[in-house]
Design a protein around this ligand. Sequence first.
Ligand SMILES: [Zn+2]
Length: 377
Amino acid sequence: MTEAIALLREMVATPSVTCSAHHGLDETHGEGRMVQLVADFWNRSGMDYEIQTVYPGRENVVARIEGGDGPSLILEAHTDTVEVENMEIAPFDPVMKDGRVYGRGSCDDKASLAAMMIALRNAAEKGLPGTVTFAAAANEECGHAGVVTLLENGLHADGAVVGEPTLLQLVVAHKGACRLEITTHGVAAHSSEPHKGENAIYAMARIIQAVEAYAEQLNHRPRHPLVSGPTCSLGMIDGGQAPNVVPDRCEISVDRRMIPGECTEDAKEEILAAIRASVGDEVNWSSDLAFDDYTLETDPDCWVASTALRAVEAVTGDSTVIGAQYGTDASNFSHAGIPSVVLGPGSIAQAHTAVEYVDIDQVEKAVLIYERLCLQQ
Ligand SMILES: [Zn+2]
């Protein structure tokens, strides 16, 4: 077994399920154990690192390794994973079978983390042409607080490579997200006399129709060549207390995915305008922006993209650049003025699934690619 696979298996055996409103730190939730593992690796390698608190018990680990005068690089991947409840395999048992490593996080995102760490250490021993900063970020799966903390602490470079499962293809563009919570406000009453109340669910039904019509319209918008078109999806609904009570409140969550060139403010305003146009002032409603994430669009000819592509081509022979539907930390770097791409081992098709795994061959190739990147070969 190679060092990268041994490190990856150690990571899979180290639970780091992301925390949410429903879960605080416990024996499986929180990145603290991974922080220790990553810090131990840099200790063993004799390299300095910094630990940044994102939330109590949930930290980023940042190792900056000085190089020559060449362009500087950030390698970033996240330490948290999604939940394990519905998994069909033991989530923290890093079984090796059929050329794969199984377990939660094996693909998303511990394969990228392990490959980046081994590659950077190997490259550093050979001499780095430019400074490389490795960042293991907390809290990617439930917001982007880890990368925000990295940027707030002044992290900057000439380019960033974010490790996420891309099957080792170079991602230069991805969608962004704008998530709205929309609430209708009614008046509660006994269901035997419904005319004495105002039914917030009936009101929401009208808003839902407006959202559905708006989502349909989006299908006719021009598509981005790498990420296709913008979308809108209604994902959650919550309302009413009991069958015999006229509901005074109903809430939905609308998830609008933006393509490069769109921004949260415009996307949000479009949805609100579509609702206003449809229901006028006949419905009492309000809205909240629950989450948003930037789009990514990086010039494939910029330094980090062309250097990354050269490294990929040398190792896999693949020279295509692609777009992704999902969001990553790369758009935060990009928004902060650091040209960024996404590149990592494993397939997004296995991320977040009941039987998560990564192909060992992908991880080994990722080590070679990241090493060439660090060496700017
Ligand atoms: Zn991920």
